[in-house]
Write a protein that binds this ligand. Structure first.
Ligand code: GUN
Ligand code: ZN
Length: 432
């Protein structure tokens, strides 16, 4: 079926960190997205596309702003039910809140319930793709991929591997991490819209033997992504130094075991040294900015603009449940606020780019999703730019596109999400 989705359309013609931000955008005040067989066939002025495709089924979103669905490039779906847990910094937060909850994912029924709940929450917030950690339990990976498949979502995920510094019931070994990751990879990677991600949690919870085994697995499957955490808090960096006395720095604990490459995603990456920044730039790995988490857990300020202008791939992410929200709108607001504290305000076009194209690039799926371009999969979000009285009264004063959009980025939540499409079809609301 051919479908025409009408509204304001916003797409990117360039990287807004590489050219003046507002010049990186194409905006149609009265635009349309033409969808055929789940893909974008054309975007352009509504009148032109309507005249050319009179047979298309039309859905008119009025002044709604149509953009590519949000891409959240670092999440922990198993932490859905412990989001907003009070008063701890990283290591205590992991031990007191996160690990007890992750232990419960040995039960496939619990995993299935949370996986479905999580994906419904993110869809309600306009997020159509995530890159998720699971738990050490293979069943937790099966649960998320099954739930994504049932909803028609493009996601990437992997079994979180840990063989030390984690409680009983939440440790595997170097050998079982390799074997189970490999079996899951063979089962799920490239099945429909699903991609497997090799996932050592972080150096403190993996022995050198486990890191080496996962590095070997990645070398055998170089088309997979690899995700982990890097230099999130200063205490953690000091701990890594103690655990790996021979390593040059934190990044080296991955690099020496084959866990550095272009398809790597490093969450947080706040407290980097000069050698690490240079090596990351050389390899083209992605740094994932998790601003609500970095403030909530008290980690620090990620210098987005500095990395993005230098050409480093940067993605944006909620880091649920270390992050305090499922919403990429709230996450863009936090990225803006963190930018302000670093003296570099991010332009709304840059924020939207990070939440779509930037994260898609980090996940190496920018040829498929993340922008309104012919040939891309039609995963879309439609934003109501006047969703609450507070936003409406501010947007009413807008004289430019960006003045109309920015209040929703700063103050919007799931009420601003007027519609979500997956492969051109309205996404299921509240359950697949
Ligand atoms: N470092 C290792 N594991 C985690 C996690 O689950 N959340 C965050 N924010 N940091 C981590
Ligand atoms: Zn994380």
């Amino acid at each position: 079926m051919t479908r025409l989705i009408l509204g304001q359309t916003l797409s990117f013609t360039a990287d807004p960190f590489a050219v003046p931000a507002a010049e990186a955008v194409r905006h149609e005040r009265r635009g349309a997205v033409l969808v055929e067989k789940g893909r974008i066939a054309a975007t352009g002025p509504a009148d032109t596309l309507r005249a050319a495709h009179p047979q298309a089924a039309v859905t008119d979103h009025g002044d709604g702003l149509i953009l590519a669905g949000f891409v959240d490039s670092h999440v922990h779906y198993p932490q859905t039910a412990i989001i907003a847990s009070w008063g701890k910094r990283l290591i205590d937060w992991l031990n007191d809140y996160t690990f007890p909850e992750e232990t419960r994912f040995a039960d496939p029924a619990h995993a299935a319930e949370i996986a479905g709940r999580y994906l419904d929450l993110v869809l309600a917030n306009g997020t159509t793709t995530v890159c998720s950690y699971c738990t050490i339990h293979p069943e937790s990976v099966d649960a998320l991929f099954s739930a994504a498949e049932a909803r028609g979502m493009r996601i990437a995920a992997g079994k979180t591997c840990m063989d030390r510094n984690a409680p009983d019931g939440l440790r595997d070994t170097a050998a079982t991490a390799y074997d189970q990751s490999r079996a899951l990879l063979q089962k799920w990677h490239g099945r429909g819209r699903l991609d497997y991600v090799i996932t050592p949690r972080f150096s403190p919870t993996s022995s050198p033997e486990q890191l080496e085994a996962l590095g070997a697995l990645w070398a055998e499957h170089p088309d997979c992504l690899m995700q982990t955490h890097l230099s999130e808090q200063t205490d953690e960096v000091a701990w890594v130094r103690d655990l790996f006395p021979g390593a040059r720095d934190y990044l080296d604990t991955y690099e020496r075991y084959g866990l550095l490459g272009e398809r790597a995603l490093y969450g947080h990456a706040i407290w980097l040294e000069a050698r690490e920044i240079a090596r990351l730039a050389e390899t083209g790995a992605a740094l994932i900015h998790c601003p609500t988490s970095n403030t909530f857990i008290g980690s620090g300020l990620f210098p987005t603009r500095q990395h993005a202008v230098a050409g480093q791939t940067v993605g944006l992410a909620t880091d649920t449940g270390g992050g305090s929200s499922f919403s990429m709108l709230r996450t863009m607001a936090a990225a803006y606020e963190v930018g302000q504290l670093s003296g570099t305000p991010l332009h709304p076009a840059q924020l939207l780019w990070l939440a779509t194209c930037g994260s898609a690039r980090a996940m190496h799926v920018a040829d498929r999703i993340g922008n309104l371009e012919p040939g891309k999969e039609a995963d879309l979000v439609v934003l109501d730019l006047a969703s609450t009285p507070a936003i409406r009264q501010r947007a009413a004063r807008a004289e430019t596109l960006w003045e109309a959009v920015f209040p929703t980025l700063m103050m919007g939540d799931d009420r601003a999400v007027a519609a979500v499409y997956l492969q051109g079809r309205p996404a299921p609301r509240g359950g697949a």
